[in-house]
Design a protein around this ligand. Sequence first.
Ligand code: GDG
Length: 490
Amino acid sequence: MSRLICVSNRVTPPSTKGAGSQGGLALALGAALRQYRGIWLGWSGHTTPEFTGQLTIQRTAGVTLATVDLEEQDVQEYYNGYANMTLWPLFHHRIDLTAYDRSFGSGYERVNRRFAEVLAPLIEPDDLIWVHDYHLIPLARELRKRGVKNPIGFFLHIPWPARQLLVTLPRHRQLVESLFEYDLVGFHTDEWLDAFHGYVAKEAGGQVLADGRVRAFGRTIRARAFPIGIDAEDFAAIAGSTTAKRSWERMIKSAQGRAMIVGVDRLDYSKGLEERFHGYERFLADNPDLQKHVFLLQIAPPTREDVEEYQEIRQRLEALTGRINGVFSDVDWAPIRYVNHAFRRDELAGVYRAARVGLVTPLRDGMNLVAKEYVAAQDPEDPGVLILSRFAGAARQMREALIVNPYSQEDLSDALKQGLAMPLEERVARWRALMGGVMRDDVVAWRNSFVDALTAVREAPLEELEGLAAPVEPRSFAPDPASAALGLPS
Ligand code: GDG
């Protein structure tokens, strides 16, 4: 078996089970790499006055974690800047929040060079290299410049944007061109893949071939959808732990017979929290008889607190929670419990299990792992109902959820009413179908399918395949529903 070298902005030791809101990527990758031989490289989270490229090495369960410190300016320009103020909002279709500063772009390039500088000497001829997420798109180009010939794959954990929005990015061509230094590029869903194809065919003048290859900028790569899953077995085990049971009991006791609706999200504007609260408010107003029989528990640990938009959304949510609670509360009941800190994973599992409804309503989300965790934590005899935004990648797989348009308060209100009233038989039938998918398409299946596809690159280099497949032109591109929601032409 080849050694697998993973690179992502941050790394998390695979055994981490406790509190934290590291986010989906770090958790999933930690699980994917458990019991795997390889190296996982990333930023340490610390700064140093001057970049030295000195690696801190930690060995755990077969995986070598290698971390490097960055300079303060790197963190400002690459992480807070280009990654979180440019690419994140743009790829989530929030061009109103996107910063287009040149200094961010040059910091991003510099840090990608720095990652390549420290990584290149570690690479052995048989290694497979797997780069993760929008922080590191140009990394393969920098590695190729340093003579690395190994298969290199890239996985994007967030959506690929509609080309009409991507072109607002200065140097968008260079960014996409650098993706063509990879051998394999993966997305969560066909929808994000279609959007990528759209850019390639219509903006870059490239070709999308019938067998999954994509040709542009004088290079041919493979691009495919690899839907990520959770570590379902592990999560089910966590859900059965003593801590999870205690947390479940605590929730049931404090609910006092009321039905709990739960939301768990990093505090991020892409997660649709304000729209969710407005939808819930609408539900309360539409259903006065149900008001005191329900409550919403929203867990929203803050992230990226150095970025202004994240401070602002926190303030807005606090104000909104205060207003809704002020209007609807009684002396013995408040409609929203809003919690701003992270829980341990096992506690979270107990909270999910105690909730009659899991409310997952992002405005745009690569996949969304909370939806899958909610399902995995349910009691098979008395499962809750998942309400899921159609704009989460997960909606492509989790068809048995109640699928909603999170922009519509009425849609949310109707789905809450339907979910809370759903008979046991229907809840069980929907849950069984959802749980089958969560167990089958788990994080190990995701890792295996990506690594197999990357291994195949070595076995059948792309040059040898040249000319085997005819271009599929013109390709019909499925309209991106999020673009449609924004009124964009498809
Ligand atoms: C990115 C993409 C894609 C949340 N609060 C707590 C906590 N969490 C954990 C959840 C879940 C994770 O954070 C969030 O994962 P998501 O997938 O929902 O979202 P992102 O962080 O935005 O992840 C996303 C993912 O990458 C993987 O590719 O699905 O679309 O945006 O695991 O449980 N964990 C703990 N306490 C909390 O309070 N312990």
